[in-house]
Design a protein around this ligand. Sequence first.
Ligand code: NAP
Length: 245
Amino acid sequence: MNENTNGRTVALVTGANKGIGYEIAAGLGALGWQVGVGARDERRREDAVRALRAGGADAFGVPLDVTDDDSATAAAELLAERFGRLDVLVNNAAVAGGWSQQPSTADLAAVRLVMETNVLGVIRMTNAVLPLLRRSAAPRIVNMSSAVGSLTLQSDPEAFTGPASAAYGPSKTLLNAVTLQYAKELSDTGILVNLACPGYCDTDLNGHRGTRTPAQGAVIAVRLATLPAGGPNGQFFNEDGPLPW
Ligand code: NAP
């Protein structure tokens, strides 16, 4: 359990106004943590904060567009002013970029938006709050990835990895690669950085075709957010265990 001596654990979940991010916020709130709901739309953010609070979570809103430098900086400033540190960052916000995404007919604007959000957004947000994570007694970063980002699975004709994709799948492959580099750079800091695959969940992202609930998808993220000291670093998990890269 991630507990600091100077107050309750503080977490920020990006893209927490709905779907799996909302359920991650609920799961961390149920631990008694103070949970920042990072979301770009004010009404959706405040509705989520209200619902989380009604469920007993100590949730607060954090205006955040992960594609915007100033927004990421302002979110970090809000956390610095309010808590002076951050214990857990869950980089959950992502876009699919529309389906289908056959490479031969790819809309480059859509590919660019997916990469900007799902990859650069994670780097931008992580770097904005890294000074605050360094002040935590047990800092953790959880990056929401997907089995479709696994090159091992993508190159296995027997594995179910969805249709050919030039944007979403590759964005998660790149996110996996970037996460490994963070784990390498931060390996002597106590910050544990890991990747979570929630499984195929029923959310807006896939037009509600997923078969798992968003709450089921949140389980692995909560587990990685609460890793004990000396836990895994730079690894890729779903609820059942490690996934192939
Ligand atoms: P979702 O329901 O579409 O929710 C995505 C969240 O990201 C929303 O809150 C959305 O906010 C937010 N977001 C998008 N762009 C943003 C931006 N620029 N700035 C801030 N927030 C932004 O998706 P989900 O299915 O819950 O996905 C959550 C995570 O799990 C993602 O990383 C996804 O890739 C991953 N994942 C999902 C599945 C699945 O089956 N659902 C499978 C594997 C991995 P708005 O409401 O403002 O759009």
